[in-house]
Design a binder for this molecule. Sequence first.
Ligand code: ATP
Ligand code: MG
Length: 295
Amino acid sequence: MQTIAVANHKGGTGKTATTHNLGVVLAREYGLRVLLVDTDPQASLTGACGVQDEMAPQETPGRARFLKQVFSLAEVLGGAKPGHVTMKDVLVDLGDHLRICPSDAALASTAVGLAARLQREYVLKKALATVAPDYDVCLVDCPPDQGLLTINALSAAQVVIVPAQPTAQDLRGLLLFVETIKTIQQDINPGLVFLGILLTFYDARLRHHKEEVEQMEKAGLPVLPVAIGRSVRVAEAAGACQPVFTYARHHPEAQHYLALAKLVAERLALPCKIQPLAETEGSLTVDEPTTQLTD
Ligand SMILES: Nc1ncnc2c1ncn2[C@@H]1O[C@H](COP(=O)(O)OP(=O)(O)OP(=O)(O)O)[C@@H](O)[C@H]1O
Ligand SMILES: [Mg+2]
């Protein structure tokens, strides 16, 4: 099992949407056994997958697939003391070789408790090792911070992808986050590969976006040759507990996630069982317009 952390300490850069869509495409289109791990106490990925914790208010029928999810990653990791539930026991089957280790608000106190633990940076890595033979790839959705949950994800991962918006403010924060990745590589996880920056909310028609990408490249940041544009379909899909890839399969953003999955599958040499139909042929790169601003 190869583990990919999807991380950026800035909030709202598309980490969760990337994890969800990439995971679904790798499972459905490539036949890979995919494990999604939600390490964010906000539990956005958990919710987007239709999984709610037991405290969640009753949802409209059909929106929440499993209402009584009693345990989450919080009980697996534990806090100041080791967790009392195994990773395998909290996984929720989403079909199509896809499972999720859900999060809930209790994960916030886990993060505080972990600070008192020996080997605190490796708790998630050890938990993932227990299920590694059952999966080809694991995608870890990180919270928007550089706290112990993010550090655990970066320590467990072989690869990190950093979704980022191409704006000046984001570039400053991005350079700081890249320093954190370098520190992790030096001190905790020498094998960690920084796959690159994934541009999100990107519009090649906007001059300032293009300029920011140039600035990123000048600063030596590896920018992936696939970008995700802004579309309300992505947000709508999350609201409907679906990835955009199934919600509006032929939409350009769904196709961009398909292109991202292709890139990831190739760069990581994932053991794909099937190859998707060649819809990525027309996929857009960072040099081409990628967005539909209004639909
Ligand atoms: N390509 C997109 N186009 C339009 N809206 C998007 C797109 N990607 C994500 N969104 C929406 O933007 C918001 C932030 O996205 P997302 O939750 O993926 O970011 P995040 O980095 O995980 O945020 P956080 O840091 O809070 O965890 C969400 O409401 C999501 O539905
Ligand atoms: Mg998120």
